[in-house]
Design a protein around this ligand. Structure first.
Ligand code: NAP
Length: 296
């Protein structure tokens, strides 16, 4: 309990996650690029730092929850990054979803400074972050994973060590392939329902109880029906994840035809202005193609 924690990246996911650490009684130093995230956490009892360097200087474990590979590179390896303020024995847990290859590069740079890194991306959405019920897939050394378990358990209820550096990210990309196709499946099913004159709300209710039921049907189906496109997970982030999955697959000559189609459909929605809306806004692209409306 005497560990000092640092948290960098206080967006949709990072804010509630950092709050769980505070609620458990840890001393938490935070930094975010924009002010609102910092203010929210300081109001909850965190201490604000000037930047990643200062977070690293005063912490035993630093968690990053930012955006893409280049964002993690910037906040960890940049001139003003975590490693510039790191001491031997510091642990860095990156919980963003980024490239497995970039993760291995960052882990090597950390090791050269005596810093242990874990890649620990998450699944479960904003709701999982708020409720502390995320599914966390962890890559890195087993003994480091074990040392971090008390912290990870505050954030998730399924924590699995899946291999060495980068393997957490690889498993997360598999998760995102399955999510992306599933969102497209829900959007297509509801578009067909709407065009055929069935009640999409009733279809969601029925389907969620049968063999086609899924987290996406239960959580995003009602939002598609309500026309509620507020982001839990933004389309631009889903596009990032499918891009990362397609890149990793191409490096191994693995064809992912369904993922490529889903990626193009998210692209269509983004081109029409929905990049910062939730992934459920994919349905708007299908509505346009079919000239119908799912939302009431
Ligand atoms: P978000 O709301 O956009 O938050 C990202 C945070 O990181 C923001 O506070 C942003 O700062 C900060 N940030 C981004 N790039 C940065 C940079 N280069 N330097 C400093 N700070 C930077 O995104 P999110 O939904 O919380 O997602 C965060 C990560 O979790 C992503 O990798 C995402 O793929 C992953 N994830 C998200 C979900 C979900 O359902 N939302 C689920 C699983 C995994 P500003 O405030 O200045 O923009």
């Amino acid at each position: 309990m005497s560990l000092s924690l640092g948290f960098i990246g206080l967006g949709i996911m990072g804010r509630p996650m950092a709050r769980h650490l505070l609620n458990a009684g840890y001393h938490v130093t935070v930094w975010n690029r924009s002010r609102p995230g910092i203010d929210a956490l300081v109001a909850a009892g965190a201490v604000a730092a000037d930047g990643p360097v200062q977070v690293a200087e005063v912490s035993d474990i630093v968690i990053t929850m930012v955006g893409d590979s280049n964002d993690v590179e910037q906040v960890v390896l940049g001139e003003q990054g975590v490693l510039a303020g790191a001491h031997r024995g510091l642990i860095l847990i990156d919980m963003s979803t980024i490239s497995p290859e970039v993760t291995r590069k960052i882990a090597a740079a950390c090791a050269a400074k005596g810093v242990d890194m874990l890649d620990a991306p998450v699944s479960g959405g904003e709701r999982g972050a708020v409720e502390g019920t995320l599914s966390i897939m962890v890559g890195g050394k087993r003994e480091v994973v074990e040392r971090c378990m008390p912290i990870l358990r505050l954030l998730g209820n399924s924590i699995e060590h899946v291999g060495d550096h980068g393997m957490g990210q690889t498993v997360k990309l598999c998760n995102q392939v399955i999510c992306g196709l599933n969102i497209l499946a829900v959007a297509e099913g509801l578009t067909l329902a709407a065009k055929a004159g069935a009640d999409p709300a009733q279809v969601v209710r029925i389907v969620s109880k049968g063999a086609a039921g899924s987290w996406m049907v239960s959580n995003l189906g009602p939002k598609m029906v309500e026309g509620d496109y507020a982001p839990g997970f933004m389309i631009k982030l889903q596009m990032k994840d499918l891009r990362l999955a397609l890149e990793a697959a191409a490096n191994m000559e693995v064809p992912l035809p369904g993922t490529a189609i889903a990626q193009q459909m998210f692209q269509t929605a983004a081109a029409d202005g929905a990049a910062e809306e939730g992934t459920q806004a994919l349905v708007k692209a299908l509505e346009k193609l079919a000239n119908t409306r799912v939302a009431r």
